[in-house]
Ligand binder design. Structure first.
Ligand SMILES: *Cc1c(COP(=O)(O)O)cnc(C)c1O
Length: 388
């Protein structure tokens, strides 16, 4: 039997192409012959042990998405109706939704103009007696200023939940992203670097949260303790949900985790090619390229450029598209979205967020992207900008 994957017309350069290592089928086959297909089996344990060793978190629990891991974090932080959670507006909806589901109020703070990460200098002004947590989002896999953020959190007794969805294999001051806050959440969605279709993990850095995390993960039961022989019957002990992925997904993820370093190396090489090629246009003042602080090692999750204005971005997207190159932009800032306005509030002004979100353009980035294709993309951009 042969399986044929759908292919785009050969000339198309997609924005993303999910990477497969080739071992996924073998491991899924093994999962099937293990005769354990639901969650928390052998592959789940392998993946979790890998995350604990590589990231250095106290405990990792894999989930069916990063969204699920963030929801678990909101439960563990005991978010109550009216509690405020400080976060950037320039992020994916799940960062906010996880807390809104508990009745929490997202308080949107502006981002830094260099990394587009939560501006730590504006956090204190957003703190009120209702503030419960800070959620730094490591945009493009580049670390937020965690040292300062942890200091503020300690002074005001706040929880820190790292949205490290994009940050697998990245470090801040040599510490893996997701291992610095009280809790961290990572994503294995097919648009991220290391993937399992849909997938994620909750990283627990505060040991006393571990027992409750496991219960929430297992639908509010003490099933994990039961299987370890720590108790003689299992029962409903707390709120929870089904946050575990099946062993099929864990088997797929295992193949990817084994290749995490290779994937990162490959992406970094492509990222550098973009950077070296496009920095010339930056010198000419035509675009702005990503800025990576010295103390941050990133995972080449994305390559983006900042155009002069919304109009040039719109025209460039069209121009790239007519050359079969698919580029995308994001995010509609949460504070200007219908749900963000209904459930959240803004602290200070969000000038950088509003400005940047209208000018940022993400370029194709995936391990099978070829060097020649990057050249073509850069030439198209360069031609477009010189005609401006
Ligand atoms: C991708 C992403 C998420 C959600 O991840 P899922 O695994 O798709 O639920 C959350 N936050 C950020 C910043 C993301 O990039």
């Amino acid at each position: 039997m042969t399986t044929k994957l759908p292919t785009l017309p050969s000339l198309q350069i997609p924005f993303n192409q999910p990477f497969a290592t080739g071992k996924e089928f073998d491991y899924i086959r093994q999962a099937i012959s293990n005769g354990h297909l639901s969650g928390n089996g052998a592959f789940t344990k392998k993946c979790q042990a890998w995350l604990e060793a590589e990231i250095g978190c106290h405990k990792a629990l894999i989930t069916h998405s990063c969204t699920a891991a963030l929801e678990m974090a909101a439960l563990l932080a005991d978010i109550q109706p009216g509690d405020e959670i400080i976060m950037p507006s320039y992020t994916f909806v799940s960062t906010a939704n996880a807390f809104v589901l508990r009745g929490g109020i997202p308080v949107f703070v502006d981002i830094r103009p260099d990394t587009f990460n939560l501006d730590e200098s504006q956090i204190e002004a957003a703190i009120t007696p209702k503030t419960k947590a800070i959620v730094p989002v490591h945009y493009a896999g580049v670390g937020c200023e965690m040292e300062r953020i942890m200091e503020i959190a300690e002074n005001y007794n706040l929880f820190v939940i790292e949205d490290a969805a994009q940050g697998v294999m990245s470090t801040y001051n040599s510490r893996p992203l997701g291992s610095i806050g009280h809790l961290g959440a990572v994503s294995f969605h097919e648009t991220k670097n290391v993937i399992s279709g849909e997938g994620g993990a909750l990283l627990i850095n505060q040991p006393d949260l571990m027992e409750r995390a496991e219960i929430i993960w297992e639908k509010g039961t003490n099933r994990s303790q039961f299987f370890r022989g720590q108790i003689d019957k299992y029962t409903w002990v707390d709120v929870g949900s089904s946050y575990l992925p099946s062993e099929i997904n864990a088997a797929f993820l295992w193949a990817q985790l084994e290749a995490a370093e290779t994937i990162t190396r490959k992406r970094l090489a492509l990222w550098k090619q973009y950077h070296q090629g496009l920095i010339e246009l930056e010198k000419q003042g035509k675009i702005r390229c990503p800025i990576i602080p010295q103390h941050c090692h990133h995972n080449a999750h994305m390559y983006y450029i900042i155009l002069p204005d919304l109009e040039s971005r719109t025209t460039l997207i069209k121009k790239l598209k007519t050359n079969n190159i698919n580029s995308v932009f994001h995010y509609v800032p949460l504070h200007s979205s219908p749900a963000g306005q209904k459930y959240g509030r803004v602290s200070g002004n969000l000038t950088v967020t509003d400005d940047l979100s209208s000018r940022l353009l993400r370029l194709p980035m995936y391990p099978s992207l070829m060097s020649e294709q990057i050249e073509l993309i850069m030439n198209t951009i360069s031609q477009f900008l010189s005609s401006q």
